[in-house]
Write a protein that binds this ligand. Structure first.
Ligand SMILES: Nc1ncnc2c1ncn2[C@@H]1O[C@H](COP(=O)(O)OP(=O)(O)OP(=O)(O)O)[C@@H](O)[C@H]1O
Ligand SMILES: [Mg+2]
Length: 339
Protein backbone atom coordinates (compact mmCIF):
# COMPACT_ATOMS: atom_id res chain seq x y z
CA UNK A 1 0.00 0.00 0.00
CA UNK A 2 1.50 3.34 -0.96
CA UNK A 3 -0.21 6.28 0.65
CA UNK A 4 2.48 8.94 0.83
CA UNK A 5 -0.06 11.65 0.02
CA UNK A 6 -2.80 10.11 2.15
CA UNK A 7 -4.30 11.82 5.16
CA UNK A 8 -4.67 8.44 6.88
CA UNK A 9 -2.05 7.96 9.58
CA UNK A 10 -3.09 4.62 11.02
CA UNK A 11 -5.30 1.86 9.79
CA UNK A 12 -5.95 -0.99 12.19
CA UNK A 13 -7.55 -4.00 10.54
CA UNK A 14 -9.03 -6.96 12.38
CA UNK A 15 -6.50 -6.64 15.21
CA UNK A 16 -6.27 -9.53 17.66
CA UNK A 17 -4.34 -9.93 20.87
CA UNK A 18 -4.85 -13.14 22.81
CA UNK A 19 -3.18 -14.02 26.09
CA UNK A 20 -2.69 -17.74 26.72
CA UNK A 21 -4.06 -19.07 30.01
CA UNK A 22 -1.69 -21.69 31.33
CA UNK A 23 -2.23 -24.40 33.88
CA UNK A 24 -0.25 -27.29 35.33
CA UNK A 25 2.12 -27.80 38.21
CA UNK A 26 5.45 -28.76 36.65
CA UNK A 27 4.61 -28.63 32.96
CA UNK A 28 2.47 -25.65 32.05
CA UNK A 29 0.01 -26.13 29.21
CA UNK A 30 -2.17 -23.56 27.47
CA UNK A 31 -5.70 -24.42 28.53
CA UNK A 32 -7.54 -21.39 27.12
CA UNK A 33 -7.03 -18.06 25.39
CA UNK A 34 -8.03 -14.74 26.88
CA UNK A 35 -9.14 -12.74 23.86
CA UNK A 36 -8.30 -9.26 25.13
CA UNK A 37 -8.62 -7.73 21.64
CA UNK A 38 -10.58 -9.69 19.11
CA UNK A 39 -11.00 -8.32 15.61
CA UNK A 40 -10.84 -4.55 16.06
CA UNK A 41 -10.68 -2.20 13.05
CA UNK A 42 -10.49 1.58 12.85
CA UNK A 43 -8.54 4.39 11.20
CA UNK A 44 -6.98 7.65 12.40
CA UNK A 45 -6.20 10.60 10.15
CA UNK A 46 -3.03 12.63 10.63
CA UNK A 47 -3.43 15.16 13.43
CA UNK A 48 -6.70 13.59 14.60
CA UNK A 49 -7.75 11.87 17.80
CA UNK A 50 -9.47 8.53 18.16
CA UNK A 51 -11.02 8.03 21.61
CA UNK A 52 -11.52 4.54 23.04
CA UNK A 53 -14.01 3.95 25.85
CA UNK A 54 -15.49 0.94 27.59
CA UNK A 55 -15.70 -0.70 30.99
CA UNK A 56 -12.60 -1.88 32.82
CA UNK A 57 -11.01 -4.96 31.26
CA UNK A 58 -12.59 -4.51 27.79
CA UNK A 59 -9.16 -4.31 26.12
CA UNK A 60 -8.41 -0.58 25.74
CA UNK A 61 -4.86 -0.66 27.10
CA UNK A 62 -4.11 -3.87 25.21
CA UNK A 63 -5.16 -2.22 21.93
CA UNK A 64 -2.90 0.78 22.60
CA UNK A 65 0.10 -1.33 23.54
CA UNK A 66 -0.36 -3.74 20.67
CA UNK A 67 -0.62 -0.96 18.09
CA UNK A 68 2.69 0.54 19.13
CA UNK A 69 4.15 -2.98 19.32
CA UNK A 70 4.87 -3.07 23.05
CA UNK A 71 2.89 -6.30 22.69
CA UNK A 72 3.03 -8.61 19.70
CA UNK A 73 -0.32 -8.92 17.93
CA UNK A 74 -1.90 -12.36 17.59
CA UNK A 75 -3.38 -11.38 14.22
CA UNK A 76 -4.51 -8.53 12.02
CA UNK A 77 -2.81 -5.55 10.37
CA UNK A 78 -1.50 -2.25 11.72
CA UNK A 79 -0.76 0.08 8.82
CA UNK A 80 1.25 3.06 10.04
CA UNK A 81 1.65 5.53 7.18
CA UNK A 82 0.96 2.66 4.82
CA UNK A 83 3.45 0.15 6.25
CA UNK A 84 2.09 -2.95 8.01
CA UNK A 85 4.04 -2.84 11.26
CA UNK A 86 2.12 -5.81 12.70
CA UNK A 87 4.36 -8.21 10.79
CA UNK A 88 7.69 -6.46 11.31
CA UNK A 89 10.39 -8.16 13.35
CA UNK A 90 12.23 -6.19 16.04
CA UNK A 91 15.10 -5.07 13.77
CA UNK A 92 12.88 -3.59 11.07
CA UNK A 93 10.58 -2.20 13.74
CA UNK A 94 13.31 0.01 15.19
CA UNK A 95 12.75 2.84 12.70
CA UNK A 96 9.04 2.90 13.61
CA UNK A 97 9.60 2.95 17.39
CA UNK A 98 10.41 6.65 17.18
CA UNK A 99 7.14 7.37 15.38
CA UNK A 100 4.98 5.76 18.07
CA UNK A 101 5.00 6.93 21.67
CA UNK A 102 2.86 6.31 24.74
CA UNK A 103 1.91 8.33 27.80
CA UNK A 104 0.78 6.24 30.76
CA UNK A 105 -1.76 6.98 33.45
CA UNK A 106 0.70 7.25 36.30
CA UNK A 107 3.72 9.48 35.63
CA UNK A 108 5.28 8.51 38.97
CA UNK A 109 5.82 4.93 37.89
CA UNK A 110 6.47 5.67 34.22
CA UNK A 111 9.43 8.00 34.93
CA UNK A 112 12.74 6.64 36.20
CA UNK A 113 13.17 8.09 39.73
CA UNK A 114 16.97 8.00 39.39
CA UNK A 115 17.10 10.07 36.22
CA UNK A 116 16.91 13.85 36.08
CA UNK A 117 14.56 15.49 33.60
CA UNK A 118 17.59 16.23 31.44
CA UNK A 119 18.66 12.58 31.38
CA UNK A 120 15.08 11.41 30.74
CA UNK A 121 14.76 13.67 27.71
CA UNK A 122 18.27 13.39 26.29
CA UNK A 123 18.27 9.58 26.26
CA UNK A 124 15.65 9.13 23.47
CA UNK A 125 17.04 12.14 21.57
CA UNK A 126 20.51 10.57 21.47
CA UNK A 127 19.23 7.02 20.91
CA UNK A 128 17.27 8.05 17.83
CA UNK A 129 20.09 10.29 16.58
CA UNK A 130 17.97 13.43 16.71
CA UNK A 131 20.75 15.58 18.12
CA UNK A 132 24.42 15.68 17.24
CA UNK A 133 26.11 17.87 19.83
CA UNK A 134 25.79 18.80 23.49
CA UNK A 135 24.64 22.26 22.39
CA UNK A 136 21.85 20.77 20.28
CA UNK A 137 20.73 18.58 23.21
CA UNK A 138 20.52 21.64 25.46
CA UNK A 139 18.65 23.70 22.90
CA UNK A 140 16.16 20.92 22.16
CA UNK A 141 15.57 20.27 25.87
CA UNK A 142 14.88 23.86 26.73
CA UNK A 143 12.51 24.10 23.74
CA UNK A 144 10.74 20.90 24.87
CA UNK A 145 10.40 22.05 28.47
CA UNK A 146 8.90 25.35 27.42
CA UNK A 147 6.49 23.61 25.00
CA UNK A 148 5.07 21.56 27.91
CA UNK A 149 4.97 24.54 30.28
CA UNK A 150 8.10 23.79 32.34
CA UNK A 151 11.16 25.96 32.93
CA UNK A 152 14.75 25.43 31.68
CA UNK A 153 16.01 25.16 35.29
CA UNK A 154 13.83 22.06 35.83
CA UNK A 155 16.31 20.11 33.74
CA UNK A 156 18.46 19.06 36.71
CA UNK A 157 15.60 17.98 38.94
CA UNK A 158 14.42 14.46 39.70
CA UNK A 159 10.79 13.29 39.25
CA UNK A 160 10.05 13.33 43.02
CA UNK A 161 10.75 17.08 43.06
CA UNK A 162 7.68 17.77 40.90
CA UNK A 163 3.92 17.74 41.39
CA UNK A 164 1.78 15.06 39.69
CA UNK A 165 0.72 17.44 36.91
CA UNK A 166 4.33 18.53 36.31
CA UNK A 167 5.44 14.89 36.21
CA UNK A 168 2.84 14.20 33.53
CA UNK A 169 4.22 17.20 31.60
CA UNK A 170 7.66 15.56 31.72
CA UNK A 171 6.16 12.28 30.46
CA UNK A 172 4.51 14.21 27.62
CA UNK A 173 7.80 15.97 26.81
CA UNK A 174 9.51 12.58 26.66
CA UNK A 175 6.81 11.30 24.28
CA UNK A 176 6.97 14.29 21.92
CA UNK A 177 10.75 14.78 21.96
CA UNK A 178 11.29 12.36 19.07
CA UNK A 179 8.61 13.96 16.84
CA UNK A 180 6.20 10.99 16.87
CA UNK A 181 3.37 10.73 14.37
CA UNK A 182 1.22 8.63 16.75
CA UNK A 183 0.84 8.97 20.52
CA UNK A 184 -1.16 6.56 22.66
CA UNK A 185 -2.54 8.40 25.67
CA UNK A 186 -3.68 5.75 28.13
CA UNK A 187 -5.76 7.56 30.74
CA UNK A 188 -3.20 10.38 30.87
CA UNK A 189 -5.19 12.50 33.32
CA UNK A 190 -6.89 9.90 35.54
CA UNK A 191 -4.29 10.12 38.30
CA UNK A 192 -4.44 13.93 38.43
CA UNK A 193 -6.44 16.50 40.31
CA UNK A 194 -9.46 17.82 38.33
CA UNK A 195 -8.02 21.32 37.79
CA UNK A 196 -4.69 19.84 36.63
CA UNK A 197 -6.55 17.45 34.30
CA UNK A 198 -7.96 20.40 32.38
CA UNK A 199 -4.48 21.94 31.96
CA UNK A 200 -3.02 18.69 30.66
CA UNK A 201 -5.88 18.23 28.18
CA UNK A 202 -5.38 21.80 26.97
CA UNK A 203 -1.65 21.14 26.58
CA UNK A 204 -2.27 17.93 24.62
CA UNK A 205 -4.62 19.79 22.27
CA UNK A 206 -2.11 22.59 21.71
CA UNK A 207 0.73 20.16 21.07
CA UNK A 208 -1.36 18.22 18.58
CA UNK A 209 -1.86 21.40 16.58
CA UNK A 210 1.91 21.91 16.45
CA UNK A 211 3.01 18.31 15.89
CA UNK A 212 0.17 17.15 13.62
CA UNK A 213 0.37 13.84 15.52
CA UNK A 214 -2.48 11.34 15.70
CA UNK A 215 -3.68 10.46 19.19
CA UNK A 216 -5.30 7.34 20.55
CA UNK A 217 -7.00 8.67 23.66
CA UNK A 218 -8.09 6.06 26.21
CA UNK A 219 -10.17 7.20 29.15
CA UNK A 220 -13.06 6.45 31.48
CA UNK A 221 -13.85 10.14 31.59
CA UNK A 222 -16.48 10.44 28.86
CA UNK A 223 -16.65 14.23 28.95
CA UNK A 224 -12.92 14.47 28.30
CA UNK A 225 -13.12 11.88 25.51
CA UNK A 226 -15.94 13.85 23.93
CA UNK A 227 -13.95 17.08 24.15
CA UNK A 228 -10.68 15.79 22.72
CA UNK A 229 -11.70 13.12 20.19
CA UNK A 230 -12.66 13.48 16.53
CA UNK A 231 -13.86 9.89 16.39
CA UNK A 232 -14.73 7.42 19.12
CA UNK A 233 -14.82 3.63 19.42
CA UNK A 234 -16.80 1.83 22.12
CA UNK A 235 -15.35 -1.46 23.33
CA UNK A 236 -17.02 -4.42 24.99
CA UNK A 237 -15.13 -7.62 25.87
CA UNK A 238 -12.39 -7.23 23.29
CA UNK A 239 -14.66 -6.08 20.44
CA UNK A 240 -15.48 -2.64 19.14
CA UNK A 241 -19.27 -2.52 19.21
CA UNK A 242 -19.74 0.97 17.81
CA UNK A 243 -17.53 3.62 16.22
CA UNK A 244 -17.98 6.93 14.48
CA UNK A 245 -17.68 10.68 14.65
CA UNK A 246 -17.66 11.90 18.24
CA UNK A 247 -20.77 14.05 18.00
CA UNK A 248 -22.69 11.33 16.20
CA UNK A 249 -21.74 8.73 18.85
CA UNK A 250 -22.52 10.96 21.83
CA UNK A 251 -25.69 12.49 20.38
CA UNK A 252 -27.06 9.39 18.77
CA UNK A 253 -25.60 6.19 20.27
CA UNK A 254 -27.17 3.14 18.62
CA UNK A 255 -25.79 0.06 20.37
CA UNK A 256 -27.66 -0.77 23.60
CA UNK A 257 -24.30 -0.95 25.39
CA UNK A 258 -23.23 2.48 24.12
CA UNK A 259 -26.57 3.95 25.13
CA UNK A 260 -26.16 2.67 28.67
CA UNK A 261 -22.48 3.62 28.93
CA UNK A 262 -22.96 7.12 27.56
CA UNK A 263 -26.02 7.74 29.74
CA UNK A 264 -23.47 8.45 32.44
CA UNK A 265 -22.20 11.56 30.56
CA UNK A 266 -23.55 14.73 32.12
CA UNK A 267 -25.98 16.54 29.80
CA UNK A 268 -26.76 20.19 30.59
CA UNK A 269 -30.46 19.86 29.71
CA UNK A 270 -32.22 17.85 32.49
CA UNK A 271 -35.05 16.73 30.15
CA UNK A 272 -32.62 15.08 27.74
CA UNK A 273 -30.93 13.39 30.65
CA UNK A 274 -34.14 11.70 31.78
CA UNK A 275 -34.93 10.42 28.29
CA UNK A 276 -31.49 8.84 27.95
CA UNK A 277 -31.55 6.98 31.26
CA UNK A 278 -30.62 3.40 30.41
CA UNK A 279 -28.42 1.98 33.08
CA UNK A 280 -26.12 -0.97 32.75
CA UNK A 281 -27.17 -3.95 34.82
CA UNK A 282 -25.39 -7.22 35.54
CA UNK A 283 -21.73 -8.13 35.44
CA UNK A 284 -19.33 -8.21 32.48
CA UNK A 285 -18.94 -11.92 31.52
CA UNK A 286 -15.51 -13.52 31.86
CA UNK A 287 -13.27 -12.75 28.87
CA UNK A 288 -12.14 -16.40 28.93
CA UNK A 289 -15.67 -17.70 28.68
CA UNK A 290 -17.64 -15.20 26.61
CA UNK A 291 -21.32 -15.82 25.80
CA UNK A 292 -22.22 -17.38 22.44
CA UNK A 293 -23.47 -14.99 19.76
CA UNK A 294 -23.41 -11.35 20.83
CA UNK A 295 -21.29 -10.93 23.97
CA UNK A 296 -23.56 -8.20 25.30
CA UNK A 297 -26.77 -10.23 25.04
CA UNK A 298 -26.63 -11.39 28.70
CA UNK A 299 -27.05 -7.74 29.81
CA UNK A 300 -29.11 -6.43 26.91
CA UNK A 301 -32.80 -5.72 27.33
CA UNK A 302 -33.36 -5.97 23.57
CA UNK A 303 -31.78 -9.45 23.23
CA UNK A 304 -33.55 -11.64 20.64
CA UNK A 305 -33.05 -15.31 19.68
CA UNK A 306 -30.66 -14.29 16.86
CA UNK A 307 -28.34 -12.67 19.41
CA UNK A 308 -27.58 -16.09 20.94
CA UNK A 309 -26.55 -17.60 17.61
CA UNK A 310 -24.19 -15.28 15.83
CA UNK A 311 -21.92 -12.37 16.64
CA UNK A 312 -23.39 -9.34 14.79
CA UNK A 313 -21.36 -7.90 11.93
CA UNK A 314 -20.30 -4.27 11.98
CA UNK A 315 -22.66 -2.35 9.69
CA UNK A 316 -22.42 1.24 8.58
CA UNK A 317 -25.59 3.09 9.51
CA UNK A 318 -24.47 6.60 8.52
CA UNK A 319 -21.55 8.15 6.67
CA UNK A 320 -19.29 8.03 9.71
CA UNK A 321 -21.11 5.76 12.10
CA UNK A 322 -20.97 1.96 12.36
CA UNK A 323 -22.51 -0.42 14.84
CA UNK A 324 -22.32 -4.12 15.58
CA UNK A 325 -25.79 -5.14 16.80
CA UNK A 326 -28.51 -7.43 15.40
CA UNK A 327 -31.07 -4.68 15.93
CA UNK A 328 -29.52 -2.92 12.95
CA UNK A 329 -28.07 -5.73 10.88
CA UNK A 330 -30.98 -8.15 10.52
CA UNK A 331 -33.13 -7.86 7.44
CA UNK A 332 -31.54 -4.66 6.23
CA UNK A 333 -29.31 -5.75 3.35
CA UNK A 334 -28.92 -2.24 2.03
CA UNK A 335 -26.61 -1.45 4.93
CA UNK A 336 -22.94 -1.78 4.05
CA UNK A 337 -21.29 -4.62 5.93
CA UNK A 338 -17.77 -3.72 7.06
CA UNK A 339 -14.82 -6.00 7.60
N1 LIG B 1 -0.27 -9.46 30.13
C1 LIG B 1 -1.47 -9.99 30.26
N2 LIG B 1 -1.64 -11.31 30.46
C2 LIG B 1 -2.86 -11.86 30.58
N3 LIG B 1 -4.01 -11.16 30.52
C3 LIG B 1 -3.92 -9.84 30.32
C4 LIG B 1 -2.66 -9.17 30.20
N4 LIG B 1 -2.89 -7.84 30.01
C5 LIG B 1 -4.22 -7.69 30.03
N5 LIG B 1 -4.85 -8.89 30.21
C6 LIG B 1 -6.29 -9.11 30.25
O1 LIG B 1 -6.83 -8.58 29.04
C7 LIG B 1 -8.08 -7.97 29.28
C8 LIG B 1 -8.03 -6.55 28.80
O2 LIG B 1 -7.17 -5.81 29.65
P1 LIG B 1 -6.84 -4.27 29.44
O3 LIG B 1 -5.81 -3.88 30.42
O4 LIG B 1 -6.55 -4.06 28.01
O5 LIG B 1 -8.24 -3.60 29.79
P2 LIG B 1 -8.64 -2.06 29.90
O6 LIG B 1 -9.84 -1.87 29.03
O7 LIG B 1 -7.46 -1.21 29.65
O8 LIG B 1 -9.09 -1.94 31.42
P3 LIG B 1 -8.95 -0.69 32.43
O9 LIG B 1 -10.06 0.26 32.05
O10 LIG B 1 -9.18 -1.29 33.78
O11 LIG B 1 -7.58 -0.10 32.27
C9 LIG B 1 -8.37 -8.12 30.77
O12 LIG B 1 -9.20 -9.24 30.95
C10 LIG B 1 -7.00 -8.35 31.37
O13 LIG B 1 -7.09 -9.13 32.53
MG1 LIG C 1 -6.35 0.15 30.78
Amino acid sequence: MNDSGSKVLLEVRDLQKYFPIKSGFLIQKTVAQLKAVDGVSFTIDKGHTFGIVGESGCGKTTIGRTIIRLLNPTGGNIFLEGEDIAILKERSLKQYRQKMQIVFQDPTSSLNPRMTVGQTLSEPLLFHGMVRSKKEVEERMSQLLSSVGLKPYHVDRYPHQFSGGQRQRIAIARAICVDPSLIVLDEPTSALDVSVQAQIIKLLKELQGKLNAGYIFISHNLSVVRYISDRVGIMYLGKMVEKGDTNEIFENPMHPYSKALLAATPIPDPKTRRKRKELLSGQVPSPINRPTGCFFRTRCKYAMPACEKEYPQMVRIAQNHSVSCHLYSLGEPEKIVEK
